[in-house]
Design a protein around this ligand. Sequence first.
Ligand SMILES: [Fe+2]
Length: 149
Amino acid sequence: MKNELSGTVRDRLDAVIHGGTEAGIPELVKAVLIESMQSGALAVPPKFRQPIEATYARRLLHRDPSGQYTMVVMTWGPGQKTALHDHAGIWCVECVVDGTMEVAQYALTSEIDGAFRFEQRNHVVAGRGSAGCLIPPFEGPSGPGLLLV
Ligand SMILES: [Fe+2]
Protein backbone atom coordinates (compact mmCIF):
# COMPACT_ATOMS: atom_id res chain seq x y z
CA MET A 1 0.00 0.00 0.00
CA LYS A 2 1.31 3.41 -0.95
CA ASN A 3 1.88 5.86 1.88
CA GLU A 4 0.27 9.24 1.26
CA LEU A 5 2.14 10.97 4.09
CA SER A 6 5.62 12.13 3.26
CA GLY A 7 8.04 14.93 3.90
CA THR A 8 8.39 17.10 6.95
CA VAL A 9 5.30 15.95 8.83
CA ARG A 10 6.22 12.29 8.54
CA ASP A 11 9.83 13.02 9.52
CA ARG A 12 8.70 14.95 12.59
CA LEU A 13 6.19 12.29 13.64
CA ASP A 14 8.79 9.55 13.17
CA ALA A 15 11.29 11.52 15.27
CA VAL A 16 8.81 11.93 18.12
CA ILE A 17 7.45 8.38 18.03
CA HIS A 18 10.74 6.61 17.36
CA GLY A 19 12.80 9.03 19.44
CA GLY A 20 13.37 6.64 22.32
CA THR A 21 11.31 8.58 24.84
CA GLU A 22 8.20 6.69 25.87
CA ALA A 23 6.69 9.37 28.09
CA GLY A 24 4.49 12.04 26.60
CA ILE A 25 4.39 10.79 23.04
CA PRO A 26 0.72 11.71 22.48
CA GLU A 27 1.31 15.29 23.64
CA LEU A 28 4.38 15.59 21.39
CA VAL A 29 2.42 14.19 18.43
CA LYS A 30 -0.38 16.65 19.16
CA ALA A 31 2.09 19.54 19.06
CA VAL A 32 3.50 18.34 15.72
CA LEU A 33 0.01 18.10 14.21
CA ILE A 34 -1.05 21.56 15.42
CA GLU A 35 2.15 23.17 14.14
CA SER A 36 1.85 21.31 10.84
CA MET A 37 -1.73 22.53 10.44
CA GLN A 38 -0.75 26.11 11.18
CA SER A 39 2.19 26.05 8.75
CA GLY A 40 0.25 24.30 6.01
CA ALA A 41 2.64 21.33 6.02
CA LEU A 42 -0.15 18.88 6.81
CA ALA A 43 -1.84 18.59 3.44
CA VAL A 44 -4.63 16.03 3.24
CA PRO A 45 -5.27 15.10 -0.40
CA PRO A 46 -8.77 16.01 -1.65
CA LYS A 47 -9.65 12.36 -2.31
CA PHE A 48 -9.38 11.77 1.44
CA ARG A 49 -11.87 14.52 2.21
CA GLN A 50 -14.85 13.24 0.28
CA PRO A 51 -17.75 12.07 2.47
CA ILE A 52 -19.55 8.89 1.49
CA GLU A 53 -23.21 8.05 1.86
CA ALA A 54 -24.59 5.92 4.67
CA THR A 55 -21.65 6.28 7.07
CA TYR A 56 -18.54 8.27 7.83
CA ALA A 57 -15.43 7.48 5.80
CA ARG A 58 -12.16 6.10 7.17
CA ARG A 59 -9.13 6.20 4.91
CA LEU A 60 -5.58 5.15 5.73
CA LEU A 61 -3.13 8.00 5.15
CA HIS A 62 -0.03 6.37 6.60
CA ARG A 63 1.04 3.17 8.30
CA ASP A 64 4.37 3.23 10.07
CA PRO A 65 6.47 0.37 8.64
CA SER A 66 7.49 -0.71 12.14
CA GLY A 67 3.89 -0.69 13.36
CA GLN A 68 4.25 2.08 15.94
CA TYR A 69 1.45 4.23 14.55
CA THR A 70 -1.11 4.62 11.80
CA MET A 71 -2.64 7.82 10.50
CA VAL A 72 -6.27 7.69 9.40
CA VAL A 73 -8.40 10.40 7.80
CA MET A 74 -12.00 10.26 8.97
CA THR A 75 -14.60 12.24 7.05
CA TRP A 76 -18.13 12.85 8.29
CA GLY A 77 -20.81 14.26 6.06
CA PRO A 78 -23.46 16.55 7.58
CA GLY A 79 -25.35 14.73 10.34
CA GLN A 80 -23.13 11.64 10.28
CA LYS A 81 -21.77 10.31 13.54
CA THR A 82 -19.71 7.53 15.05
CA ALA A 83 -21.22 5.03 17.47
CA LEU A 84 -19.96 4.81 21.04
CA HIS A 85 -16.62 3.02 20.98
CA ASP A 86 -13.26 2.70 22.71
CA HIS A 87 -9.76 2.68 21.33
CA ALA A 88 -8.78 -0.75 22.62
CA GLY A 89 -6.21 0.65 25.05
CA ILE A 90 -4.07 2.51 22.54
CA TRP A 91 -3.29 6.21 22.64
CA CYS A 92 -4.87 8.41 19.99
CA VAL A 93 -4.42 11.98 18.81
CA GLU A 94 -7.22 13.66 16.87
CA CYS A 95 -6.75 16.76 14.73
CA VAL A 96 -9.52 18.64 12.92
CA VAL A 97 -8.39 19.44 9.36
CA ASP A 98 -11.61 21.01 8.14
CA GLY A 99 -15.02 21.86 9.54
CA THR A 100 -16.16 21.37 13.12
CA MET A 101 -16.68 18.18 15.06
CA GLU A 102 -18.35 17.34 18.34
CA VAL A 103 -16.76 14.78 20.63
CA ALA A 104 -18.41 13.33 23.72
CA GLN A 105 -16.52 11.08 26.13
CA TYR A 106 -18.31 8.47 28.23
CA ALA A 107 -17.25 6.37 31.20
CA LEU A 108 -18.39 2.82 31.87
CA THR A 109 -20.23 3.04 35.17
CA SER A 110 -21.67 -0.45 35.57
CA GLU A 111 -22.11 -3.84 33.96
CA ILE A 112 -24.95 -6.06 35.08
CA ASP A 113 -25.72 -9.36 33.40
CA GLY A 114 -24.00 -8.25 30.22
CA ALA A 115 -25.76 -4.87 30.09
CA PHE A 116 -23.28 -1.98 30.11
CA ARG A 117 -24.19 1.46 31.42
CA PHE A 118 -22.25 4.57 30.41
CA GLU A 119 -22.37 8.18 31.58
CA GLN A 120 -21.24 11.16 29.56
CA ARG A 121 -18.18 12.83 31.11
CA ASN A 122 -17.59 15.73 28.74
CA HIS A 123 -18.56 17.26 25.44
CA VAL A 124 -16.21 19.24 23.21
CA VAL A 125 -16.83 21.20 20.02
CA ALA A 126 -13.54 21.24 18.11
CA GLY A 127 -12.81 23.48 15.15
CA ARG A 128 -10.28 23.45 12.34
CA GLY A 129 -6.69 23.27 13.58
CA SER A 130 -7.54 21.96 17.02
CA ALA A 131 -6.23 18.66 18.34
CA GLY A 132 -6.74 16.46 21.35
CA CYS A 133 -5.22 13.37 22.93
CA LEU A 134 -7.03 10.28 24.07
CA ILE A 135 -4.77 8.44 26.48
CA PRO A 136 -5.75 5.16 28.10
CA PRO A 137 -5.77 5.18 31.90
CA PHE A 138 -2.67 3.08 32.44
CA GLU A 139 0.86 3.66 33.62
CA GLY A 140 3.97 2.59 31.79
CA PRO A 141 5.37 2.77 28.27
CA SER A 142 3.17 3.76 25.37
CA GLY A 143 2.23 1.12 22.87
CA PRO A 144 1.32 1.66 19.24
CA GLY A 145 -0.76 4.73 18.50
CA LEU A 146 -3.41 6.04 16.17
CA LEU A 147 -3.53 9.50 14.63
CA LEU A 148 -6.88 10.70 13.33
CA VAL A 149 -7.10 13.71 11.06
FE1 LIG B 1 -12.67 7.35 18.56
